[in-house]
Design a protein around this ligand. Structure first.
Ligand code: ATP
Length: 340
């Protein structure tokens, strides 16, 4: 592992913000720390940055212990949620700041700043001040400033959360492609699961100071291990054994005997066919443009299915359901997974 975090614990008085968290980042990897508000993701990022000291645990960078090293010496690039540019410096001065304090020659700074402003597509704004930029432009400048000094690690603390939806999606794509190009190992904090799914090589999902599951976007979405991850990573139908047996007896019989006793079935993975004798009845429909979400009354209780585009079904229609075993993930209640 390029960055290896081992058993980090951080308490505030009697409150445990991080509880023996171990995680890592590989060379060139884009990792998201994902979880609900207050789960400890910012604390973890700040401990990695050296802005907060952990009570115990270790941080290794390329095998060397940096746990006690001051922030500045770590050589990391950091972008915060709030725009943190120097207000009395121009865009070019902001971007070149790190190089300047490292004593780089003026020509070298000018050349590098030019390259970075091209990269973030703002070369025409070099002489503006931060107060004359939009939020999205300010965050792009903050990003350029953080990568100007070739950081060993890029730490992004909810860099998109203050932006409106459209700018947010645009900048998300830019950050993603910039990271792909430069291959700087990156950790981004977010509470937005769609954002994490869109950019991550790997997602570290946290809850209440614990790491609950780490894996690729596909693994977390299609193979959640706990109720918490299944719920947090999008919509799902979570059915106990008895309920599942009423709509998919074959699947219930094939349950693995490993303590996981909830079936997680994603709404788009339920096959629907019109059937006057079918066990499911359409309760409500939501047309969302690219998909239609269908609320169903079934012998297993309320379920939700999604089909792409427009659906011809109407409230009251009866349907039969089909769910294949590859589309059914078995998950544990959170307490058994140590997530509480
Ligand atoms: P958010 O998405 O809301 O920023 P988060 O997952 O990043 O949440 P953290 O900021 O890491 O959460 O905080 C984790 C927990 O630690 C929270 O319950 C928070 O109230 C608590 N906490 C953070 N800093 C302090 C502090 N200085 N003193 C006491 N408690 C703190």
């Amino acid at each position: 592992m390029y960055l290896d975090v081992r058993d980090l614990t951080k308490t505030y008085g009697t409150f445990t913000a991080l509880d023996r968290v171990s995680a890592g980042v590989d060379e060139g990897e884009f990792v998201c720390l994902l979880g609900p508000s207050g789960c400890g993701k910012t604390t973890l990022l700040r401990v990695i940055a050296g802005l907060i000291e952990a009570d115990s645990g270790q941080i290794l960078l390329k095998g060397a212990d940096i746990s006690g090293m001051p922030t500045r010496q770590r050589g990391f690039g950091i972008v915060f949620q709030s725009y943190s540019l120097f207000p009395d410096m121009t865009v070019a001065q902001n971007v070149g700041y790190g190089l300047k304090i490292r004593g780089a020659a003026r020509d070298r700074i000018r050349k590098r700043v030019g390259e970075l402003l091209d990269m973030i597509r703002l070369p025409h704004l070099a002489d503006r001040y931060p107060g004359q930029l939009s939020g999205g432009q300010q965050q792009r400048v903050a990003l350029a400033r953080s990568i100007a000094v070739d950081p060993q690690l890029l730490l992004l603390d909810e860099p998109l959360s203050a932006l409106d939806a459209k700018v947010r999606a645009e900048l998300r794509r830019e950050i993603h492609s910039l990271q792909r190009e430069l291959r700087i190992p990156t950790i981004m904090v977010t509470h937005d699961q769609e954002e994490a799914l869109a950019v991550s090589d790997r997602i570290i999902c946290m809850n209440r100071g614990h790491l609950v599951q780490a894996g690729t976007a596909e693994e977390l979405y299609l193979r959640p291990q706990t109720r918490f991850v299944a719920d947090f990573m999008g919509r799902s139908n979570l059915l106990g054994i008895e309920a599942l047996a009423r709509v998919a007896p074959g699947l219930a019989a094939a349950r693995p005997r490993d303590g996981a006793d909830l079936a997680c079935i994603r709404p788009e993975q339920i096959g629907l066919s019109p059937d006057p004798d079918g066990p499911a009845r359409v309760r409500e429909l939501e047309f969302l443009g690219n998909i239609t979400r269908i609320g169903l009354d079934t012998p297993a209780g309320n379920m939700v299915a999604e089909v792409s585009g427009h659906s011809p079904v109407r409230p009251g229609d009866r349907l039969s359901l089909s769910i294949s075993s590859e589309h059914c993930a078995w998950v544990r209640e959170d307490a058994a997974a140590g997530a509480q």
